[in-house]
Design a protein around this ligand. Structure first.
Ligand code: AMP
Ligand code: MN
Ligand code: MN
Length: 323
């Protein structure tokens, strides 16, 4: 592991063709950090490309240069450097491999297991965007203008639950203030674009998903389920489920919320949220995933349904809650 200052130096010295990428199903932190670095490095480097495995959800379309992000299931070119953001493992980028001579991971997942030449992983940082900002400051504060500040601020907002999660620190708010001032951002621009442009398809999907609400462990676990057919019935995309897990989590007495999402027939993405009494990253690790103490996930394949998984998962959560 290298220091923030060393990472800054490494980035300053990067030459040749540079690839910026992040995890599949990109969230605000993935897209924000990728675009933040792209817009920052545009001023210093000539050969830069952002490639993500999945499409960028429409609610990020207000970010400067979002149209420059290439969505592709494979990377055909060879790069000298890859900057891999908000993820450490190649498999989670979606790509079979990252075709670059050297690579640098910038990440904040507690379960991170970097598969790169260089890595900086700071699990106490609430977002990769904020960690990126701290590194950018070593390279040059003057380069942090509106087009850098807006995506970085956006990723900070989404990964901290609008500066509400316990990962938020005094320094996070100082960094947010710095971005508002330096980048001339209006915070409502971000909130309005992210959260106040829901399509009716999303609300219809939410309706169906909330009908599946169920409980386990005397109400300490609340879970919701998205079946493939819900997407067909409503015309919504899976990215429109962003934020649904806040509803089961918000219920009094619930300690852990679980969202089972059938993203392809028989293939599931499971999201977990804790209210602080247990570490859901540790639970997710047992099922081949990872994440953060309060927010984590894993993938699961089952054609026969979820009953077996539910039994194992709820047992593991129950054990953790009783410790
Ligand atoms: P999500 O529930 O998809 O919003 O993910 C919550 C957190 O868990 C994020 O920080 C993800 O990076 C992490 N996470 C989700 N799925 C996986 C996985 N399959 N492997 C490792 N980490 C994951
Ligand atoms: Mn992320
Ligand atoms: Mn993140």
């Amino acid at each position: 592991m290298i220091s923030r200052r060393e990472v800054a130096q490494l980035i300053e010295n990067m030459g040749g063709k540079i690839l910026i990428t992040s995890h599949k199903n990109p969230d605000g932190d993935a897209i924000g950090s990728a675009l933040g670095w792209f817009n920052f490095l545009r001023k210093l480097k000539s050969d830069l490309k952002v490639i993500l495995y999945d499409d960028v959800p429409y609610f990020y379309d207000f970010l400067p240069n979002v149209g420059k992000i290439v969505s592709s299931k494979k990377i055909d070119e060879q790069f000298d450097w890859a900057i891999i953001l908000d993820v450490s493992e190649v498999s989670r980028t979606g790509f079979d491999s990252i075709p670059a001579k050297n690579s640098l991971v910038i990440d904040h997942h507690v379960t991170a297991n970097p598969e790169s030449t260089f890595a900086i992983v700071e699990p106490t940082m609430p977002s990769t965007c904020e960690l990126s900002l701290e590194i950018m400051k070593f390279i040059g504060e003057d380069l942090i203008d509106y087009e850098v500040a807006l995506p970085i601020y956006t990723g900070m907002v989404t990964d901290t639950g609008s500066f509400g999660y316990s990962s938020t620190t005094p320094q996070t708010l100082r960094n947010a203030a710095f971005l508002l001032e330096k980048g001339g951002i209006n915070p409502y621009t971000v909130i309005k674009n992210l959260f106040e442009r829901n399509r009716l398809t999303r609300i219809k999907l939410l309706q169906k998903v909330l009908e599946t609400l169920d409980f386990a462990l005397d109400g300490k676990i609340a879970h919701i389920t998205l079946y493939q057919r819900f997407l067909e019935e409503t015309g919504a995309g899976i990215e429109e489920t962003e934020g649904f897990i806040r509803y089961p989590r918000s219920i009094e007495g619930v300690e852990v919320a679980v969202f089972f999402k059938e993203y392809e027939p028989g293939r599931w993405k499971v999201s977990l949220r804790s209210k602080g009494s247990i570490d859901v990253a540790a639970i997710s690790s047992k099922f081949g995933g990872g994440g953060h103490v309060m927010a984590a996930g894993f993938e699961y394949s089952a054609t026969e349904g979820l009953e077996k998984l539910k039994e194992q998962l709820f047992y593991a959560i129950g054990e953790a809650l009783s410790q």
